[in-house]
Design a binder for this molecule. Structure first.
Ligand code: ZN
Length: 112
């Protein structure tokens, strides 16, 4: 949507729709899933010839100026963690779009 060419009423309607699309805000998680395979080192284990046991998943979360923090994600939590990560991304996109609409309303001296 080209914000600059839209009537104010359309922008307000779009903003309402965006708010309604927000994921449940308790169900967000920042970070990304990392896939790892590991060789166990046991003599004769078949993993010695392949990539190793896995995949095992870790949640990697970055912080400014620090190394990323890694947490193991149990298989049974994988699906839910994936959903929470997607919710976080979606929330960020929606907030950005709402923010752009509000910036445009400000620019036009319209009520925020
Ligand atoms: Zn092994």
């Amino acid at each position: 949507m080209q914000i600059q060419t839209q009537p104010v009423a359309v922008l307000r309607k779009r903003r309402r729709a965006l708010v309604a699309q927000l994921p449940p805000l308790r169900s967000v998680l920042r970070g990304s899933l990392i896939e790892r395979y590991k060789r166990c080192g046991k003599p004769g284990c078949k993993c010695a010839d392949g990539p190793g046991h896995g995949p095992k998943y870790y949640l990697s979360v970055s912080f400014p100026g620090l190394r990323p923090k890694m947490d193991y994600v149990p298989q049974e939590a994988f699906k839910q963690v994936s959903e929470l990560l997607a919710n976080y991304q979606r929330t960020r996109e929606i907030l950005e779009q709402i923010s752009e609409i509000n910036r445009e309303l400000l620019r036009r001296r319209e009520a925020l």
